[in-house]
Design a protein around this ligand. Structure first.
Ligand code: HEC
Length: 181
């Protein structure tokens, strides 16, 4: 009985302290602050587990047609390059100021210093599913918006197809492929 009482007391105490911290306003909420190791672990694990589970049953269509690359490339240049970079550009105001930092999508997923989106996998099918899911649904409380409400599945898959080729592109090839026709 005493064990249960102690446990309940500990839980109530933790809740009160937690709520106290939240309501007191002392938590550093600015994007120019780094997360503590605990907050980082929580958010990182939550994101990876949730994206992995939500995307596991997605069927990946055939990717890589010239039409997909042209559509995905123009969309990427218009909507994504400011945060996720393009060949020859290593930083923007967004990559410096946003936290979490948007992953650099011009480097192959397996070379990311953190495995954003790919959940630690380097299987291209798993990466494609997860990229599609993230582009469609976004990531809550980060700079990553959901593009599903405004873009068809076809256009989202075209962006995934483009992302597969992006790490191999030179600045000149990028320029040609992403020009809107
Ligand atoms: C305002 C900045 C911003 C824009 C614009 C943006 N993203 Fe993101 N994106 C982010 C951030 C930040 C993350 C990481 C979120 C996290 O880790 O919690 C992210 C994560 C991702 C991921 C996760 C997978 C990986 O490999 O890292 C993909 C894929 C992605 N974005 C694709 C896109 C595409 C495609 C577009 C354009 C349609 C886009 N993003 C536009 C900020 C942005």
């Amino acid at each position: 009985m005493t064990i249960i009482k102690t446990l309940v007391a500990v839980i109530i105490f933790t809740l009160v302290v937690g709520l106290g911290v939240i309501y007191s306003g002392i938590y550093p909420i600015g994007a120019d602050q780094r997360h503590s190791a605990v907050t980082f672990w929580l958010l990182d694990t939550l994101r990876k587990r949730s994206v992995a589970r939500a995307s596991e049953d997605i069927e990946v269509p055939s990717l890589g047609s010239p039409q997909q690359l042209l559509s995905g490339g123009a969309d990427y240049n218009d909507m994504c390059a400011g945060c996720h970079l393009k060949p020859g550009v290593t930083e923007t105001d967004m990559t410096i100021g946003l936290y979490p930092t948007p992953p650099d999508l011009t480097v192959p997923p397996e070379k990311h210093d953190h495995d954003h989106g790919s959940g630690g996998h380097d299987d291209p099918v798993v990466i494609a599913k997860q990229q599609y899911w993230v582009i469609k649904h976004g990531i809550m409380a980060s700079g990553m918006a959901a593009f599903g409400p405004t873009h068809s599945d076809e256009r989202i898959w075209a962006m995934v197809a483009f992302l597969q080729k992006l790490p191999e592109m030179t600045p000149e090839q990028y320029q040609i492929i992403t020009t809107r026709r």
